[in-house]
Design a protein around this ligand. Structure first.
Ligand code: AMP
Ligand code: ZN
Length: 468
């Protein structure tokens, strides 16, 4: 970016404020850690709203010339059915549900995730790291915390003593006194309501599918420790940005910060950013709610997965978005019109992007990822005759580095158009060029009689089946 470009301003939930972004490393590389999927089931489109927000963030950083090192974990052990430390390991439960082994379902749902992010045009992370591949890192982390006096043992595991930290819960502005006062009996042997498991023992007398030896006994790591350990391994003690869904604020990210502060004295990341929920019928879309929508379900209903991407771009990532099929229909239409409009623009490879539009686009996306405004700019380019067609096309192609809607690569399904209709449309285009309007109108009528519609975009056109 040129020196005059506005800074990237991002909302940091730790500070509860918009802050100018500047990379921590002198070489300008940006460390980004995003909490990945728990692979006990398919991910739903709510999860993908968060992954799409993170992809957008990464693309905006790249738009600004930053090199991003992106690490995402795969939670394949230790995430219990409650985000706190009660209930069963979701993986073991998923294994029982499907009749497969925990290892098999981890592989199956990880692959499904990789396929889905490709379909949604989400850039793959530089490292996709599995919790089960990093058990020694997690054990070393817990051992360090023990040495520093932050842990205690109960009959079911090793716990983190949150009362040791004066600012525990700062990210979520937790009311600790209130939580303690309202502490229910079911905290069991925990000393404080907010204490959480670092290592859990395998239940006595039974063998888990996923368990490891440790200095404290056979068992498995808690969910939070995996992210602290892997983030630190790949990105260091203090890196630029850590992301997840809004549900991670009060427990998971709060605990990641607590552990890391206790071990190395940093809050792990400079910026803490969160994607807000996709709702269904005004409630959080959740796997535990039973019914949830997968990307595949959208495809089965005839939607392009990128229509969902477009839908997400129409809302700001910090507001919840209620999913309806009407909204998805509108997004699909918007996407189709944008693609058609783009391909109807004259293509001249020597044309460059329009500097004014690029600057306005930068202003929008650098303003805490304001994609609704950025999309409006794209429509302004498509609608008006503000800039030369070839320049508009080149500008939109650049915008799409951020939107990720596959504008350039999209191929209008020409093969579906019968030759006779294509010939009529060509003849009509020639008539228009020659300003022979009666002939052009006559040809349009013939096209329509045959069940097709012709849509003019500047000097080009798009053929479509007429509805009904
Ligand atoms: P999980 O597989 O449950 O660990 O979730 C993966 C990611 O999706 C996490 O960052 C969650 O915070 C996020 N997430 C879960 N439900 C939703 C939802 N309804 N809308 C947006 N993000 C969600
Ligand atoms: Zn995490």
């Amino acid at each position: 970016m040129s020196a005059a470009a506005p800074p990237v301003v991002l909302y940091d939930n730790y500070a509860r404020a918009l802050r100018d972004f500047a990379p921590l490393a002198a070489d300008g590389a940006v460390g980004l850690y995003t909490c990945g999927p728990t692979v006990y089931d398919y991910q739903h489109i709510g999860n993908y709203r968060t992954f799409l927000f993170e992809d957008l963030l990464k693309r905006v950083l790249q738009w600004n010339g930053y090199r991003v090192r992106h690490v995402m974990n795969v939670t394949d052990v230790g995430h219990l059915t409650s985000d706190a430390d009660t209930g069963e390991d979701k993986m073991e439960k998923g294994a029982r549900r499907t009749g497969r082994s925990a290892w098999e379902i981890a592989a199956l749902y990880t692959q499904a995730f990789v396929d889905d992010i490709r379909a949604l045009n989400i850039l793959p992370p530089d490292a996709l790291s599995r919790a089960t591949d990093h058990i020694p890192d997690q054990i070393a982390f817990v051992a360090d915390l023990e040495k520093r006096g932050y842990t205690y043992r109960t009959s079911d595991g090793i716990y983190f003593d949150t009362s040791r930290q004066a600012d525990y819960g700062y990210l979520a502005r937790l009311d600790r006194a209130g939580l303690e006062a309202g502490k229910r009996v079911d905290v069991g042997e925990k000393r404080n309501a907010t204490d959480f498991a670092l290592w859990k023992f395998s239940p006595a007398g039974s063998t888990r599918q996923m368990e490891w030896e440790s200095p404290w006994g056979t068992g498995f790591p808690g969910w939070h420790i995996e992210c602290s350990a892997m983030a630190q391994r790949y990105l260091g003690d203090f890196f630029d940005i850590h992301c997840g869904g809004e549900d991670h604020i009060p427990v998971h990210h709060t605990n990641e910060i607590a552990q890391t502060e206790a071990r190395v004295g940093t809050r792990l990341a400079n910026f803490w950013m969160h994607g807000y929920f996709l709702l269904q019928n005004d409630a959080k879309m959740a796997k535990s709610a039973g019914e949830f929508l997968r990307v595949e379900a959208l495809v089965e209903r005839g939607y392009d997965p990128l229509a969902f991407r477009y839908l997400c771009l129409t809302g700001h990532y910090r507001t919840q978005l209620n999913f309806t099929f009407e909204a998805l229909d509108a997004a699909a239409t918007g996407l189709e019109r944008m693609r058609a409009g783009f391909h109807a623009l004259r293509d001249d490879p020597s044309a460059g992007a329009d500097a004014k539009f690029v600057a306005r686009f930068t202003e929008s996306v650098n303003d805490d990822l304001n994609t609704p405004r950025a999309l409006a700019l794209a429509w302004e380019l498509l609608r008006g005759d503000l800039v030369d067609q070839a320049i508009a096309r080149a500008t939109l192609a650049r915008f799409d580095d951020v939107f990720g809607l596959g504008l350039v690569d999209w191929i209008p399904s020409k093969e579906a158009i019968p030759e006779s209709i294509a010939a009529l449309a060509n003849a009509r285009a020639d008539a228009r060029k020659a300003k022979n309007w009666p002939e052009a109108d006559r040809l349009r009528a013939s096209i329509e009689m045959a069940g097709w519609a012709v849509e003019d975009h500047g000097t080009g056109y798009i053929l479509k089946r007429r509805p009904g």
